[in-house]
Design a binder for this molecule. Structure first.
Ligand code: RNT
Ligand code: ZN
Length: 414
């Protein structure tokens, strides 16, 4: 323990805040790290995939992982720069196999190298069916496509993903969150929104019909406001999935980039949590649109973390990240994003929660404002430094040096 930390601990104690309790709480929060930041959402299907679905990584920084082994090496490095034990969020298109199954033919065996790796590292896994970057998704219609043959194809993909996810959850002894996001929508004003939404609902019902044990699989559905190419209507809108999750008992995924830019996703948590059992977050940073920038310690992230902590939502919220920036080191992007999520949580754990809530209940808004603003000046950095030191992960200049060295080692990838 350093002198700086001792001093910080005493200063927080003056505010009635126990830094040791905050660090213990932070250690108990796993972050699900999205595999797709490592290769610009490309995946490893052995066919020339199309992009699409309004998902676009911009940039051409050297060092993109080209194989599952390269991606795992990058992840190993990234996880070593992050305090704590976390999870990896896999997309179905990241299968690791010499075979060439189409999306409606995938099996658990196509993912066993990931399961073995996760087991060896003590990591949990999460999963996502991939409803984009495929010829049968070129019209930005999948589960809601008017053609029943195309709907069946995607329903089969989703059904298999749930089976695979549940098996992974069983193998790792930790439930896998399987998140369903489809790009379905309409570029121009549709005339039959109802039919599209009824088709999406019917497809989801078939996909989700088979029950799995809760300790193996948690189903989640992700809403969106709009996407490139589907500017006029998104079939799976927020209202659609909020209602669906409430009626069907699935988790609801809130992506921070999937709302109008002036809406606060943090504000939605307590509102939604009264009706929905489990929440999944896609922590992201939209800049003017759903641009999926690396998350910063900005007001949005701090507000999100504070709501999770103050509303007592951490036990039933799964925190996942969702951004992809190809203009900077991809491993650095992971490290920066996860650490920022952790820092935001630590800042929330270090607030005098009971005192602030009492002031608010007593309508003393002046004292509440004085204290929230003064609390910003408490020596957070010393507590974070202590956390990094205990976990033996670098910070500051040492973090930068390590990231640069790793980037130099992968930059020659073709
Ligand atoms: C797309 C959604 C979705 C994807 C991933 C790759 O707008 O946010 O979560 O980013 O499935
Ligand atoms: Zn998302």
């Amino acid at each position: 323990m350093t002198k700086t930390y001792d001093l910080a601990k005493a200063m927080f104690a003056d505010w009635g805040v126990d830094t040791e309790a905050a660090l213990a709480a932070l250690s108990g929060v796993p972050i699900s790290v999205h595999c797709w930041q490592g290769d610009d959402v490309g995946g490893f299907e052995r066919k020339s995939g199309t992009s699409g679905g309004g998902i676009q990584a911009t940039g051409n920084h050297p060092g993109r992982a080209r194989t599952p082994d390269e991606l795992r090496a990058d992840l190993d490095f990234a996880f070593a720069q992050i305090p704590g034990k976390h999870r990896l969020n896999l997309h179905a298109c990241y299968m690791d196999t010499d075979q060439t199954p189409d999306r409606d033919q995938i099996e658990y065996e196509h993912f066993t190298p990931w399961v073995d790796w996760a087991k060896g590292k003590g990591l949990g896994l999460d999963f996502n069916p991939t409803f984009f970057a495929h010829a049968k998704a070129d019209e930005n219609l999948t589960l809601s496509h008017p053609d029943p043959g195309i709907r069946d194809f995607w329903v089969e993909h989703g059904r298999r993903c749930r089976e695979i996810a549940a098996r992974i959850g069983g193998a790792l002894g930790s439930p896998v969150v399987n998140n369903i996001w489809v790009p379905d929508g309409s570029k121009d004003t549709p005339v039959d929104r109802m039919a599209a939404r009824q088709r999406l609902e019917a497809s989801l019902d078939v996909m989700l019909a088979q029950p799995f044990p809760q300790d193996q699989l948690i189903d989640a559905v992700e809403s969106k406001l709009f996407g490139i190419g589907v500017e006029s209507m998104t079939v799976g809108s927020h209202e659609f999935y909020l209602g669906y999750a409430i009626r069907k008992g699935t988790a609801l995924c809130l992506d921070m980039g999937h709302f109008h830019p002036t809406e606060s996703v943090a504000d939605k948590l307590s509102a939604v949590a009264l009706s929905v059992g489990r929440l999944l977050l896609h922590v992201s940073r939209p800049v003017r649109w759903d641009s999926d920038h690396v998350v910063l310690q900005n007001d949005d992230l701090l507000a999100m973390a504070q709501e999770l902590v103050f509303a007592g939502l951490l036990p039933r919220t799964h925190i996942g990240l969702d951004f992809f920036d190809a203009t900077i080191s991809r491993t650095a992007a992971w490290v920066i994003g996860v650490r920022n999520m952790q820092k935001a949580l630590l800042r929330a754990f270090l607030l005098p929660q009971a005192r602030l809530k009492a002031l608010e209940a007593g309508l003393d808004f002046t004292a509440r404002l004085v204290l929230t603003e003064e609390a910003r000046d408490l020596p957070f950095a010393a507590v974070w430094a202590e956390h990094c030191a205990r976990a033996d992960v670098p910070m500051g200049e040492a973090l930068l040096t390590g990231l640069e060295r790793y980037q130099a080692s992968v930059a020659g990838r073709g």
